[in-house]
Design a protein around this ligand. Sequence first.
Ligand code: NSS
Length: 432
Amino acid sequence: MSSYYSVIHVLKKSNEGDVVNLRGWVYRLRWLGGKVFIVLRDHSGIIQCVVDKDEARRFGKEISELGIEASIIIGGTVRFDKRAPGGKEIKVTELRVVGVSNNFPIKGGEGIDYLLDNRHLWIRSRRLTSIFKVKHTMLKGLREYFSSNEWWEVTPPILTMSAVEGGATLFPVDFFGRKAYLSQSAQFYLETLIFSLEKVWSVTTSFRAERSRTRRHLYEYTHLEAEAAWMGMKEMMTVVEEMVKAGVKKILDERLDELETVKRDITKLEQVLSNRFDVITYDEAVELLREKGVKIEWGEDFGADEERVLTQQFDTPIFVTMFPRKIKSFYMKVSEDNPELVYGFDLLAPEGYGEIVGGSVREDKYDTLLNRIREEELNPKDYEWYLDLRKYGSVPHSGFGLGIERMLMWISGLDHIRDATPYPRFRDRLYP
Ligand code: NSS
């Protein structure tokens, strides 16, 4: 057997009677009236392969070795059959078992702990495969957005010496006898790069030692971040909106089958493309929440519950802007009109999903930034190089971070973020 076709190629392009070779894994297997029905799975899809009675006798040894998830090579002719999934099946004339699979540990109906222990095998599932394909396409759409709008992609470090988002969620590591940390955000490094490249972005892994375990927090997640010189808040919010729409559009263009597999209502996603994202201020959000019966004091941060109530009022993602200074990071620029507020913005995904982007205008004045660092009781020594950027050719600038798994969770309609990444880390389980 020489060249191989993918399942999707056979389903879409082959004609009745074509002779094809396929390779993949046994997805389903059953015997019926002397025939063997093998549903073969490869990266692109599934197809039914039928070993007729006579052939079944000829391939006795191979068939005896077949099991769910065994890897196989099949040769045969294409038959059109309305009853087969995809409308076509293969009449098998060649069969080879490459790797046996006796008693595959996942049979269906297992509990979540068992499945997480067997994540390395569970990731073969159609559901997870579909989610990872959506993730791929989402990243592709986002990347294309940046490429076609003259942003530079850069590669900041993961080993760092300082906190971007507060010390409480830092993971320490031993760096040759000195204490270093795993990055929470590439933001400060991106800020250093705008003085030469002006508009930069990156995808890195960020780490957060989150204290509570929730449906939308990972300890290790994929962080897309962007930073641009000369941009104010409005411009940066436009970037975020266009970028998110580019990601959603790419997925709707290319991943409808996968969205169907994960049972996502795509009309909800289509709405996102046809409307401008609403913008409300923190003050307005607090008012809206109170109208909905949520008890919240001005100055309190929104948690998952508040964000759920807020976003259920809208069909598209919404921006919340102008947050109280005391609940946001020290680097956010303080409002000229009201020193209690900062130029920060969050993008909240609809249908209750909540925050997927956090961004702001950065404080670009040396003295103000130094005061903010002191006010937060941080050590200015730790931020010397960051402060330097305000000494040598400072510019107004803004940036944001998008949680890729958060966005994927929303796009795919997941009720838990763990399935948005192949290997979610858990406090009590660093396995596999
Ligand atoms: O803490 S953020 O809101 N903002 C920053 O880290 C900025 N320094 C980013 C920047 O401006 N360059 O995190 C940004 C996003 C947030 O909106 C979430 O979507 C996601 O990162 N995020 C997370 N996703 C999954 N799990 C956890 N624990 C998590 N924390 C933040």
